[in-house]
Design a protein around this ligand. Structure first.
Ligand code: AHM
Ligand code: MG
Length: 335
């Protein structure tokens, strides 16, 4: 039962029984993400004061080194996850390799791994536009009691046990799923708590918004070019509206609420696409499917792709099911 006065902390506890392995560890893990999101939010809110408090690389008035926000967010999330002694490994878009974490007792008993894009769309920071954090959680596949290996991180997205994002925007929101639908929580900055504001979020089956960086149009595969022309045609309920923030979590969030499609196809410049399968596409695909939407690389379900490397990139098409189906039809016919 959703309750509008419910905090994220209360919601996590109340829904703990629905996790497949209900030991409290996943709740604890989600709580560490909740805490880190609040810390990063505080820092992101100050970003416009950079001329006053100093830019990245400077030393501030207290003698502290100013970090770039993406490095700062990376450190905050990793530290918050390590502190709770629940995860055995973390991979981050900001790190070259995964970080193996031993448990406090030195016995490698922790079960969960986290993959994270700590500050996605960080080029938006300089112009006061929303940025996000995207996270993805799996159970390890190698035996408990041994150190994690790359195999634990290269799991197909369909094995995620939870995923979510934080948007640092006009309001700060944390949206996540543990495989039982998608719920969104809005931060009340005066109190410092996230409250359930969007319960059981779902993509409308159809929509009229398309989100793509059209500056790359000439470099897109023919299927995508033809689909974009289809979106622009004056026919039936078209032309659709074009909306592109350039911050995946925000574009996804708007499209989930209003109905739409997000595309980052491959191009001559990015022959494999730009977005990362493990840190961006898999968590968003998991959320999309949990919210009645769909995510594909144009031909294949994102969650079925077997990763071969940590920083692998894939073309990404995600959103309202009928719109993604239509884009796939064009890809099959023309690309
Ligand atoms: P980043 O991880 O380097 O921040 O890049 C990911 C971002 C997405 O949030 C966004 O949708 C896309 O890159 C925008 O890319 P572009 O500026 O090429 O349109
Ligand atoms: Mg990113």
């Amino acid at each position: 039962m959703s309750n509008k006065n419910q905090t994220l902390g209360e919601f996590i506890i109340e829904n703990q029984h629905s996790f497949k392995y209900s030991s409290g560890e996943l709740s604890n893990l989600l709580n560490s993400i909740r805490l880190a999101a609040k810390v990063v939010n505080h820092e992101v809110n100050k970003a416009g004061l950079v001329d006053i408090i100093g830019a990245a690389g400077d030393t501030n008035i207290q003698g502290e080194d100013q970090q770039k926000l993406d490095v700062y967010a990376n450190d905050v999330f990793i530290q918050a996850l390590i502190n709770r002694n629940i995860v055995c490994g973390i991979a981050s878009e900001e790190e070259d390799d995964f970080v193996a974490i031993n448990s406090i007792n030195n016995d490698h008993q922790n079960k969960y791994i986290v993959l994270i894009d700590p500050l996605d769309g960080s080029s938006n920071i300089d112009v006061n536009v929303s940025v996000g954090t995207i996270f993805s959680i799996y159970r390890r596949v190698t035996p408990i009691g041994t150190p994690v290996t790359i195999e634990d991180f290269l799991q197909e997205g369909k094995h995620q046990v939870a995923a979510g994002y934080v948007i640092y925007g006009t309001s700060t929101m944390l949206v996540y799923s543990t495989g039982h639908g998608v719920n969104g929580f809005t931060l009340n900055p005066a109190i410092g708590s996230f409250y359930l504001s969007h319960s059981d979020m779902e993509f409308p089956v159809d929509g009229n918004i398309y989100s793509v960086n059209e500056g790359n149009y000439l470099e897109f595969p023919d299927g995508i070019k033809k689909y974009i022309k289809y979106c622009q045609q004056i026919e039936d309920d078209r032309p659709y509206t074009s909306r592109y923030i350039g911050s995946l979590a925000s574009d996804f969030h708007r499209n989930m609420i209003k109905g739409g499609i997000y595309m980052y196809p491959k191009s001559t410049k990015n022959p494999k696409g730009k977005l990362r399968l493990l840190y961006e596409c898999n968590p968003m695909a998991f959320l999309a499917e949990q919210a009645n939407g769909k995510a594909s690389d144009g031909f294949t379900r994102i969650l079925d792709i077997k990763p071969t490397e940590l920083h692998q990139r894939v073309p990404f098409i995600c959103g309202s099911t009928n719109m993604v189906n239509k884009a796939e039809e064009f890809m099959k016919e023309y690309s």
